[in-house]
Design a protein around this ligand. Structure first.
Ligand code: 3Y8
Ligand code: NAP
Length: 248
């Protein structure tokens, strides 16, 4: 009998959890524990790191995991790299669910950078209004800049300090176009910093930026080791069907 480990934390992971539960496939959903109250899933859940590659390889063996599906975010590079190494070591088949990067469209004003430091360096010298839509883990790179910052976090606890003077919105996506347009207008946003997350849940801000001619600093994805990849939860279920006698 198969037992699937689903590395989650994205809309695709939640969609796949639903398909696995509906198909009565034995599986466990894994969160890193970045947020206090993650979205509940229709599968047994585990939360927290595994303890690096060795910890994950041990987990695969001790829990009798027969397939791993990495549906983490394209910027969760550490988890994805560990999954490739641990699955190779443990001889467990691995599939990544990876959404296509957003592509520039006519009217977009994108500036590509490789990382947060590059994004901070690219902002104009004179004070302007900047929306940092990159979450709360990487805001420090923008400390000390003269801009009016707008931040958006999925969660926030008051004990946590924010290393720059900013307006803070605490909201978990997905977000829609009208909401993003209103947000950019209300704060007179001129620049936006975002990761190239891909997918639909975080894309509306990009479309709203195009409409309002906002300059977009696009942080390109980290490189990941080669691995078998699909783009959707449905394709992951097909892969599972071939890899395990699930009768799907
Ligand atoms: C803990 C689980 C689902 C998953 C929903 C997706 C969509 C909404 C858009 C903006 C961008 C950002 C951020 C974002 C989005 C989805 C998806 C996605 C971006 C939750 C979740 C966890 C996290 C972790 C969190 C990071 C942060 C990044 C906020 C749950 C809500 C900015 C990424 O507070 C923190 O420490 C948050 C950290 C990693 C990036 C960062 O560096 O701060 N995601 N996001 C997961 C875990 O513990 O394993 O709490 O419910 C999931 C989702 N966030 O089931 O529908 O599929 O991408 N998440 C980015 O894209 O830049 C917000 O504001 O426009
Ligand atoms: P990361 O930097 O790639 O991973 C750092 C460490 O966190 C990993 O080595 C692992 O610890 C642990 N970890 C990460 N994801 C895990 C998971 N799903 N289950 C168990 N442990 C996990 O990770 P991150 O970028 O902080 O992302 C953390 C979570 O947030 C992931 O679930 C990701 O899908 C979600 N998320 C991230 C972003 C983003 O912008 N980075 C956006 C949306 C959602 P050990 O080494 O101890 O095993």
């Amino acid at each position: 009998m198969p037992r699937v480990l689903l590395l989650g934390g994205t809309t695709e992971a939640s969609a796949l959890a639903r398909l696995l539960a509906d198909g009565r496939v034995p599986a466990v959903f894994s969160y890193a524990g970045r947020t206090e109250a993650p979205i509940p899933q229709p599968l047994p859940m585990r939360t927290g790191g595994f303890g690096g590659v060795e910890g994950l390889a041990d987990y695969l063996k001790s829990e009798g995991i027969t397939q791993v599906i990495d549906a983490t975010h394209p910027f969760a590079a550490g988890m994805s790299r560990n999954a490739v190494a641990a699955c190779t070591q443990a001889g467990v088949p691995l599939l990544a669910v990876e959404r296509r990067p957003w592509a520039e469209e006519p009217g977009d004003r994108w500036h590509h950078v490789a990382d947060y430091q590059g994004a901070a360096a690219l902002l104009p010298p004179e004070r302007t209004s900047v929306f940092l839509a990159i979450g709360r883990q990487n805001v420090a790179a923008f400390a000390g800049l003269p801009h009016r910052f707008l931040l958006r976090f999925a969660e926030f606890d008051a004990r946590q300090s924010v290393p720059l003077n900013a307006e803070l919105i605490v909201e978990r996506g997905p977000f829609d176009f009208d909401q993003e347009l209103a947000l950019l207008r209300a704060h007179d946003v001129r620049w936006m910093v975002t990761k190239n997350a891909g997918g639909s849940a975080a894309r509306a801000k990009i479309d709203a930026a195009r409409r309002l001619q906002v300059e977009v600093v696009m942080i390109d994805r980290p490189t990941l080791p080669p691995r078998e990849t699909v783009e959707t939860a449905a394709q992951a279920m097909e892969w599972l069907g071939h890899h395990a006698d699930l009768g799907l």
